[in-house]
Write a protein of this length. Structure first.
Length: 317
């Protein structure tokens, strides 16, 4: 079975070599690596071209800067493998990742999805996020896990998909969404799936890179996660999944509200939109157990007394 590895590339020259080395040095050799240069202005394209000369399994295509969803879609449109893996260009994977994945697929031929753990690398500190044991789950539980299990969640980097199912269902990444586009893709894919295997191994290294994004104003793109959750919460799914999604949405609203009060919003429209959603879910927010008291207080002040919240935060810092 061939695995198509889709790697969106945008201004990642500092980390790209490590990423690509981890792919071409896989113990399982039947892979194709599709590099999608998304309008990089650093040396990323040059590095991509060097690797295409080094390894015939690597394909490099370029487009104007359209974002990660568009880049992934381009990769999906030209893939030739039976399985699909997504790797970000500043991350890397263990060298035996795909060998282990193929072993699992051979043992579970009716499996639609494989999920595995990952390692967060932040300032040289490692945080291993993993399942305690290998397990087989089915569609409803997999949808539930998207919102409840840290090692599962709505990411694509820690999952292997079947290419024919993506093609049959005409699944693509929503280019109108900049946050939670992974979650929407996973949700739609799992809705059409039956069986999923969760591995108790951490193969993926998710590397936190310092960018200005964490300090930027909350803008329309960053609030696009609201559209994803509205779609899911209005979908025809089980009560169990809806309750989990509702809880995850509340947590996301709290996180974005904290960011908004610290950095501000790019326009009044964005501020009104965010506060409107917080007010809508305010009763649930107060009684939701997974949110710390400090975050509940912050969200309350954001809704009722945002100026006091900001002053308090400044004094606290």
């Amino acid at each position: 079975m061939k695995i198509s590895v889709i790697v969106p590339v945008y201004n990642s020259s500092m980390y790209l070599n490590r990423c690509l080395d981890s792919l071409i040095n896989q113990t399982y050799k039947n892979i194709e690596v599709i590099l999608v240069n998304d309008g990089s202005v650093d040396n990323s394209l040059k590095i991509c071209n060097e690797y295409t000369k080094k390894d015939s399994r690597i394909i490099c295509v370029s487009q104007d800067n359209k974002g990660v969803s568009s880049a992934r879609n381009l990769g999906l449109s030209i893939m030739s493998g039976e399985l699909v893996s997504f790797v970000d260009s500043d991350d890397y994977i263990e060298k035996n990742t795909y060998e282990k994945i193929i072993e699992v697929f051979k043992q579970n031929s009716d499996c639609d999805l494989i999920n595995f753990g990952y390692v967060e690398e932040r300032h040289k500190k490692l945080n291993i996020i993993n399942s305690s044991n290998e397990e087989i789950i089915y569609s409803e539980d997999a949808l539930y896990y998207l919102f409840k299990q840290p090692y599962f969640k709505g990411f694509v980097f820690n999952k292997i998909f079947k290419a024919n199912k993506i093609k049959e269902e005409a699944l693509t990444f929503n280019t109108e969404i900049s946050i939670c586009e992974d979650l929407e893709f996973c949700y739609k894919y799992i809705k059409k799936s039956k069986k999923c295997v969760c591995l108790d191994k951490s193969f993926y290294h998710y590397v936190y890179v310092n960018t200005s994004a964490t300090k930027s104003f909350v803008n329309k793109k960053q609030l696009s996660f609201i559209d994803v959750y509205k779609y899911i919460l209005m979908d025809d799914t089980s009560k169990k999944v809806l309750e989990a999604a509702n809880g995850a949405y509340i947590e996301a609203l709290v996180y974005m509200s904290k960011k908004a009060i610290l950095t501000g919003c790019s326009s009044i429209e964005q501020k009104v939109s965010l506060r409107k959603e917080i007010f809508k879910y305010f009763p649930n927010l107060i009684y939701f157990e997974n949110i710390p008291i400090k975050s509940k207080i912050g969200a309350t002040l954001l809704c009722l007394m945002p100026i006091i919240y900001r002053i308090g935060k400044i004094l606290g810092d």
